[in-house]
Write a protein that binds this ligand. Structure first.
Ligand code: HEC
Length: 291
């Protein structure tokens, strides 16, 4: 019986962990930071300028977003809420209380892109923040695709590289090994990875002690930006991609910040309650001993 329960739990856990894996491609680590307000503010600015034209955030209001991220209403209205964009076509003006909708007509978007750009309110929860970060950095030149670009993380994506002006033209450079001995010797196993690169599998012949089944990753594909084609340096663009992904992480669950603060108060309350309960307990015991 115990065995059956353990097996059942292992099965469930395996299901949970498999769910998170949406891609085989190795992702560069990225940790969102909801305390980094400047990053979230830059992320919102970039989002409104480069993404909202196609992707709505239909569960998100400008007002709440501005409040959460510490942006004064007049600054948000003057710089982030574009007239005609926040409201469906035909309605004039835009108010701070509006939902962050796109003005793009759905039917035409379908014709332009094959499928309409999805709403991104929940994308962080479905794909993960690191996935978004890597995807934004992952566009590379591919003349066989309709927009001339493909994506390292999202193969055959139907979205143009809207940040190309910032990042520049990125190319995928493949370095196929001419022969196995390029990868040090005959007792080395090589396997092809999902992203087209090769990984060297460590063998017992390696000197380092912990090599048994460790994989030594040897990417033979690299991505290079043509110098001078983007307005940002590599580090600046990394930061921009980080800021957008960080902002989408906030959007995926705007209550997160509040909950954390509330959690602290709940703990303070419980600590207070513990003191009172201990004192009461002592009083009761006093009575018991007196009898
Ligand atoms: C010109 C329109 C357009 C713009 C601008 C645009 N996208 Fe997209 N995006 C699309 C389309 C179309 C898709 C669907 C692609 C597909 O499924 O093949 C997409 C897909 C995505 C996805 C994947 C959604 C999913 O889970 O399948 C993400 C994430 C995304 N876009 C983020 C962004 C971000 C961030 C920006 C701003 C930097 C942006 N997009 C700007 C058109 C656009």
């Amino acid at each position: 019986m115990t065995k059956a329960i353990v097996a059942g739990m292992a099965f469930l856990l395996a299901g949970i962990s498999a769910q998170g894996a949406t891609t085989d491609v190795e992702l560069e680590a990225m940790k969102p930071n909801l305390r980094d307000f400047p990053s979230l503010q830059r992320g919102m600015t970039l989002y409104v300028n480069y993404c909202l034209g196609c992707h709505s955030l239909k569960f998100q209001r400008y007002e709440r977003t501005a409040d959460d991220l510490g942006i004064p209403h007049d600054v948000a209205l003057g710089n982030l809420v574009f007239p005609g964009r926040a409201r469906p076509a035909g309605m004039d003006g835009a108010a701070i209380g509006d939902l962050m909708q796109t003005a793009m007509p759905l039917e035409r978007a379908k014709a332009w892109f094959g499928k309409p750009p999805p709403d991104l309110t929940m994308v962080d929860r479905v794909r993960g923040t690191a996935w978004i970060y890597n995807m934004l950095k992952g566009f590379y030149v591919d003349p066989t695709r309709p927009f001339g670009v493909n994506n390292r993380v999202f193969e055959n994506i139907g979205m143009p590289h809207v940040l190309a002006g910032l990042q520049g033209v990125q190319r995928r450079v493949e370095m196929r090994p001419k022969s196995l001995d390029l990868l040090d010797g005959l007792d080395t196993l090589v396997r092809k990875r999902a992203d087209g690169g090769y990984a060297k599998m460590a063998t017992a012949a390696d000197d380092s002690p912990a090599t048994e089944d460790r994989l030594i990753r040897q990417p033979l594909v690299k991505y290079e930006v043509d110098p001078g084609t983007g307005s940002m340096s590599a580090a600046e663009f990394d930061q921009a991609a980080y800021d957008i992904a960080n902002f989408l992480h906030y959007v995926g669950d705007p209550g997160r910040l509040e909950r954390r603060q509330m959690g602290v108060w709940v703990l303070v309350f419980l600590a207070g309650l513990f003191v009172l309960a201990t004192l009461l307990n002592r009083e009761y015991h006093k009575d018991l001993h007196e009898r």
